[in-house]
Design a protein around this ligand. Structure first.
Ligand code: AHG
Ligand code: MN
Ligand code: MN
Length: 353
């Protein structure tokens, strides 16, 4: 075993960095790691057992649920419930947040926001899927934790991470002191440190966006896409387009190779598609910790004050230079929502007139 560091060993080693945590945060991360291994086992044998396909239910956001969405949701809630370190789980698959009101958990210090299975549309076709989680400290000091404890800005996260169930399974996380990646070694059933201190290249040449929605994109995004497709040897353009349709997979690749991932507002999703609490915030925390940038096109993702549980946001995330360039296009060609001029009926006015 010499030279191998397991996730459990690494977490305990780093525990000293958290004077306030007294082991609870470490235990919480360990619980998430265990649930991830169970989900991984099911994802790996999905074609052999009756776990592929639609569950025939719809979540509060109007999205059809897959059997694996529900399985992963149940596994994570159950691991976090029995661990006793978490008083609330907020998940993409539940209408409301889930209070854990066992005698131990109701006074627990932490709140977990989770996308149990990211990339649902890829489940049935053997393409990489993931899990995304964000850990917050409970703000209130007495009584039952409430929605106010959940609606915290991304800057308040104490840890965030993702698991990618791909050609190999990895868990990548940050506690605000850099980003570390662990690969699951199936022979010993442990996540082992494989990517210490991950850094995203400051610039890159991969862009990831669902270009099929082009006609519905804001003008700034259209201009950015045209910019990345121009031939210019000095800036390595045209860039390469890579889009899996699993945020975890797309961002993981760009974190390692350098690149930008964009899910902008569109005509059908005027506030963006991805969820602030369980997709945008944790990914933004990880990417910033790796030296990258995460923006909604105008503002830092982590500075957005959430006002509702399933709130959505647009996101531009990845290598610093690429995100800054996309933001420049947004500022130049897409008016900030708040600056838009509307008439008394709420119809948008042309500012040039
Ligand atoms: P989820 O499976 O958790 O609902 O998330 C799907 C998200 C994200 O993973 C992905 O990048 C994006 O939706 C893909 O959306 P489009 O199919 O609209 O491109
Ligand atoms: Mn998702
Ligand atoms: Mn999901």
């Amino acid at each position: 075993m010499s030279g191998i560091k397991t996730l459990g060993q690494f977490i305990i080693e780093k525990q000293a960095d958290f004077s306030y945590a007294k082991g609870e945060l470490s235990r919480l991360l360990r619980d998430i790691g265990i649930a991830a291994k169970i989900v991984n086992r099911e994802v790996n044998k999905a074609g052999l057992v009756d776990i592929l396909g639609d569950a025939g239910t719809v979540n509060i956001q109007g999205e059809g649920q897959k059997k694996l969405d529900i399985f992963a949701n149940t596994q994570f809630i159950s691991a976090l419930t029995s661990g006793g370190e978490c008083c609330i789980v907020a998940t993409e698959e539940e209408d409301d947040f889930v209070p854990i009101d066992s005698p131990v958990s109701k006074n627990a210090k932490y709140i977990v926001c989770i996308d149990p299975l990211d990339g649902s549309s890829n489940i049935d076709v053997n393409v990489g899927v993931g899990t995304i989680f964000s850990i917050l400290r409970r703000k209130s000091t007495e009584g039952i934790a409430t929605i106010e404890d959940v609606l915290q800005k991304g800057t308040e996260q104490v840890a965030a991470g993702y698991i990618i169930y791909g050609s190999s399974t990895m868990l990548v996380y940050t506690t605000g002191k850099g980003v570390n990646g662990f690969t699951l070694d199936p022979s010993i059933g442990e996540f082992c440190l494989s990517h210490p201190d991950m850094k995203v290249p400051a610039d890159g040449c991969i862009y990831s966006i669902n270009e099929g929605n082009y006609v519905h994109f804001p003008e700034g995004v259209k201009k950015y896409i045209k910019y990345v497709q121009v031939h210019d040897a000095t800036t390595n353009r045209p860039y390469t387009s890579r889009y899996i349709g699993s945020m975890v997979g797309d961002i993981h690749r760009n974190l390692i190779k350098g690149g930008i991932y964009i899910y902008p507002t569109t005509a059908s999703s005027p506030n963006g598609k991805l969820r602030l609490l369980y997709e945008c915030n944790p990914m933004a925390f990880i990417l910033e910790q790796a030296g990258g940038v995460a923006s909604d096109g105008f503002n830092r993702i982590l500075d957005i004050q959430p006002i509702e549980l399933h709130q959505r946001s647009s996101i531009f995330i990845g290598s610093e230079k690429m995100v800054r360039m996309a933001e420049e296009m947004m500022r130049k060609y897409t008016l900030k929502e708040s600056d838009k001029l509307t008439n008394i009926n709420g119809t948008e006015l042309d500012p040039a007139v």
